[in-house]
Design a protein around this ligand. Structure first.
Ligand SMILES: *Cc1c(COP(=O)(O)O)cnc(C)c1O
Length: 470
């Protein structure tokens, strides 16, 4: 019995094609033309090994060669495809940190291509014919749009904060309110960044209330900096009080201690006329006389990842000379994207129209509803066994900006008669392109705020195919 079993297995094993045979088959030759040889070989070996193991374990005897070839092709495709891919953001969260934060404007994309597809004057002073500085390319424009004396851009805002603390307060004390020791997205925690910079955190006040006298009493000969941190992603409600940046700036002046504001988002246009309150405009902050302000490039500003430092020349010059600046420096692609994004801000109407982050945040509910209706109409035509409805809802800005603001939006809510909402969500997420949606009370929610016109076709196709092959 056992021997017969072994004989049977031997037969199956020797019936498996060899790597060479598969390579020489029509399909194998086709793969070699299309894909890298190493991936073709790797996939063939993987599948043959798997088949061998299955035969030894009595699992699949009799699987067709056709099936095997399809399996190989799947693996080759997986190995040869990109890991980082575009997707459809149907969450309504405009500045979604996990989904890449801000989408760049056409102008920024074009400029990245223009500059990085060629040699450039990145660090070359064309006037003097000698070595120049990369930072000067965004200096003038940043000064214009923020009103600051001097500006510097580094890798991201976390780097900007680290660099400022390290330059101005290494081995010395930095006064921060206990109500502002924030954590942003898990990896940026103010006390930890402070420790990494070599500065000593001097906490003052309480979680809910910090007064000007708390700061003043903490000042001593070791104080190097007073730091204010924007409560980007939370609010303290009720019995709460914080000290304004105006008051801190004048306290700093009185004691001749620099004052810094980590602003987080970096909003360059006033959103109040659009009914969005709570996000300070960088220019207004700079005007208070604060010495240094830092903010992100890819949050409300709507540009590439970056950290902007603006403020008084004496400090910025010191920061620029810190050897860490070299380690945290911005690359030329980002710089090109940054300059083009900032150029849009010279005329506010252009910024609002051309920068996707601002456009999506400020679009009118009627506009979102029109798009939602279009999507629903197309879906209803394709899908019969689902409940599809357009409804009003609200979305969030994301990216640690405007945590309390509900932006009126329009959603397409879908419930399938055949599959569970969790299964539905998973199929969309694993589709091509992936569609990231929300689940609410048993319904799948497509928040149309972040679905762009160019996404419409892929969205409708993705949803109908997720609901069809069940
Ligand atoms: C987002 C944020 C940061 C981190 O900025 P990155 O650009 O993500 O590095 C730091 N501080 C505050 C207050 C923030 O909101």
């Amino acid at each position: 019995m056992l021997e017969k079993d072994m004989e049977e297995k031997q037969k199956l094993l020797s019936g498996l094609p060899s790597v060479d045979e598969i390579l020489r088959s029509n399909q194998g030759m086709q793969w070699l033309k299309t894909y890298p040889r190493r991936y073709v070989l790797q996939a063939i070996r993987e599948v043959i090994d798997l088949r061998r193991k299955e035969i030894m374990e009595d699992l699949t005897a009799g699987l067709s060669e056709e099936y095997m070839m399809a399996e190989i092709e799947n693996i080759i495709e997986r190995l040869s495809s990109y890991s980082l891919n575009p997707l459809i953001n149907a969450t309504g969260v405009v500045i979604h940190t996990n989904l890449g934060r801000s989408i760049l404007s056409e102008r920024a994309l074009e400029n990245i291509k223009r500059v990085s597809g060629s040699y450039s004057n990145l660090e070359y002073d064309l006037k003097g014919g000698k070595r120049g500085k990369r930072y000067i390319h965004v200096r003038r424009i940043l000064r214009e749009v923020t009103g600051a004396e001097e500006a510097l851009v580094v890798n991201n805002n976390a780097a900007a904060v680290l660099l400022c603390l390290n330059t101005l307060a290494k081995g010395k004390e930095v006064i921060v309110s206990r109500g502002e020791l924030v954590e942003i997205g898990g990896s940026f925690r103010m006390p930890e960044v402070m420790a990494a910079s070599g500065a000593i955190l001097r906490e003052v006040g309480t979680t809910n209330k910090t007064h000007l006298y708390d700061y003043e009493r903490a000042i001593n000969e070791d104080t190097a900096l007073i730091l204010k941190v924007h409560k980007s992603n939370f609010r303290v409600m009720g019995f709460a009080e914080e000290v304004s940046i105006e008051d801190l700036a004048s306290l700093g002046r009185r004691y001749q201690i620099p004052v810094m504001f980590d602003l987080g988002s970096g909003c360059l246009v006033d959103l109040k006329p659009f009914g969005i309150f709570g996000e300070p405009v960088v220019e207004d902050i700079v005007r208070t006389g604060v010495d240094i302000t830092t903010f992100s490039g890819d949050k409300l500003l709507g540009g590439p990842q970056g950290g902007v430092i603006v403020g008084k020349r004496e400090y910025i010059e010191k920061i620029q000379k810190n050897p860490l600046t070299r380690a945290l420096r911005i690359d030329k692609l980002t710089l090109a994207g940054f300059e083009a994004t900032l150029m849009e801000y010279i005329e506010e109407e252009k910024a609002i129209k051309n920068i996707p982050t601002l456009r999506m945040l400020l679009q009118k509910p009627e506009e979102i509803r029109r798009r939602a209706n279009r999507i629903a109409k197309k879906l209803k035509k394709e899908i019969k066994d689902a409940h599809i409805e357009v409804m009003a809802d609200s979305s969030r800005a994301g990216g640690g900006a405007l945590p309390e603001v509900d932006l009126p939006t329009c959603i397409v809510s879908i419930k399938s008669d055949k599959i569970s909402v969790n299964e539905f969500e998973e199929r969309l997420r694993k589709g091509n392109p992936p569609i990231i949606a929300r689940i609410k009370e048993g319904f799948l929610i497509i928040d149309v705020r972040t679905v762009r016109d160019v996404d419409l076709e892929g969205l409708v196709k993705g949803i109908s195919s997720a609901l069809s092959d069940s």
